[in-house]
Design a protein around this ligand. Structure first.
Ligand code: SAJ
Length: 433
């Protein structure tokens, strides 16, 4: 089997663009495809839309001939292999929305030919690749997966904001619809990953990826629930977690917070729960974890009310400053950010709400209200209570603890500081002594 040497990557987001550049740097001929003209333009100008990809790295690839284009059947036809790296969101009722995946499949189908390798990377429920995705590829054509073209699923493993998490060192999974497809996709991926684990089917690879992310979601929910219990018991959940984390085996540290954001961890479990129901299987773990995590922003609003109450102030009419609205520290991504529900919840209860986030200039909350960010000095001078939601490193924390008279700390950011008595109310731990 000769080596695949040319690749089309459909979807140039935080998964597709690193994948494309990896193949470019491995010497393959790569064309990036994206439905957004703005994204195509940014990439071709060497202006990286992805935080973990520097402009220099992208510009080097573009100088070497890498190009982004609009969806184009001829480009698909000309390549040896096609990777689909588009979002897999959920609908308002939290059902899987395969819209982006199936429209990418339409593009691939329009350029599909015998001998192609087609690899889906988007995190999705078991049965997507060999089910609806394959059905679109094979529509209106005599071509069949296995007989005429190779089909596989290879989930991404990227931890946004942690460049060390991507690149050659991260093992990759791949499962093909035939052993030959698995081997062929694995050989291609070994251009960019030192370790590629070959699985028995695309379904196994789809399920393994969901296990990875549902594992995180359930464990985060568990420590969130423990935080609520520790508040009632007068314990410090952060001390308890630090203590348990001294166990050098059989334990993995997760921490409570204002909720679970991003477009993976809060979303992927719904793909598994939905698919399980087709097999008359109710995954109560997933449903419960979702309830707990979705309930955390409301609990943060209650903590702000409790903190103000300590000062004989009501939430209604209070000036509340939120620190950090991105979905996690040191990223500029606000998708599914818990802060959206914290700000909307505070405003719904009559508070006057502003925020500061060094990475996010404008932010739309869960009620659709859009605000511009305030400068930190301005926020600290204005707010009568400050809520720490996303502890970006770039925030001047000394200024926060010096100048904020009342702080609700949802992420134990005040750990190691000596706040004044009843200056800080921590989620899962109560008042600073
Ligand atoms: N969070 C907690 N407590 C924790 C860990 C995370 O509250 O102990 C929160 C974070 O603040 C954030 C959310 O959960 O709001 C998700 O954080 P995350 O880092 O687990 O998820 P992502 O979406 O940034 O990236 C994850 C990857 N993260 C890690 O492996 C650490 C990985 O699970 C996947 O490769 C990736 O999603 C993906 O694309 O599936």
């Amino acid at each position: 089997m000769e080596q695949d040497r040319s690749v089309v990557v459909v979807g140039l987001g935080y998964v597709g663009l690193p994948l494309a550049l990896g193949f470019v740097e491995a010497g393959l001929r790569v064309t990036g495809v994206d439905a957004s003209p703005r994204r195509v333009d940014e990439v071709n100008r060497g202006s990286s839309p992805i935080e973990d990809i520097s402009d220099e790295r992208l510009a080097t690839a573009v100088a070497g001939g890498f190009r982004a284009i609009a969806p184009d059947a001829a480009a698909v036809r000309a390549a040896d292999a096609v990777f689909v790296c588009v979002p897999t969101p959920v609908t308002a009722t939290r059902d899987p929305d395969l819209g982006p995946v199936l429209s990418a499949a339409e593009l691939v189908q329009s350029g599909l030919r015998a001998g192609h390798l087609v690899v889906l990377q988007s995190t999705t429920f078991p049965g997507t690749t060999t089910g609806p995705f394959r059905a679109v590829l094979e529509r209106d054509t005599e071509l069949r997966a296995g007989a005429d073209f190779d089909l596989a699923f290879a989930p991404e493993r990227v931890n946004p904001g942690d460049p060390a998490s991507s690149g050659k060192r991260v093992p990759r999974l791949v499962g093909g619809s035939t052993p030959g497809a698995t081997a062929r996709a694995a050989a291609l991926l070994r251009n960019i990953n030192d370790v590629v684990v070959e699985l028995s089917s695309p379904d196994a690879a789809e399920m393994a990826k969901l296990l990875e992310n549902v594992f995180r979601n359930i464990n985060i929910a568990f420590v969130n629930q423990l935080a609520l219990l520790c508040e009632r018991m007068g314990l410090d959940v952060w001390e308890v977690i630090d203590a348990a984390a001294t166990k050098p085996f059989g334990f993995m540290r997760f921490t409570p917070g204002p909720g679970v954001g991003g477009h993976c961890i809060p979303v992927d479990p719904y793909y598994l729960a939905w698919r399980a129901r087709e097999f008359d299987f109710t995954d109560r773990f997933i449903e419960l974890a979702a309830d707990v995590n979705v309930g955390m922003p409301r609990h943060v609003v209650d903590l702000v009310a409790e903190a103000l109450n300590d000062r004989a102030r009501s939430l209604r009419g209070a000036r509340v400053g939120v620190l950090g609205v991105a979905f996690k520290p040191d990223v500029a991504d606000a998708r599914e950010a818990p802060a959206a529900h914290v700000l909307a919840g505070l405003a719904r209860r009559g508070a006057d709400v502003r925020y500061h986030d060094p990475h996010i200039a404008r932010f739309r909350d869960a009620a659709g209200v859009e605000r511009g960010g305030s400068a930190l000095d301005e926020l600290l001078a204005w707010a009568e209570v400050v809520v720490i939601v996303t502890p970006h490193r770039a925030i001047d924390w000394d200024a926060v603890y010096d100048r904020a008279g009342l702080i609700v700390d949802t992420v134990n950011a005040s750990h190691g500081r000596s706040p004044r008595p009843r200056q800080v109310l921590r989620l899962g731990a109560g008042w600073s002594a």
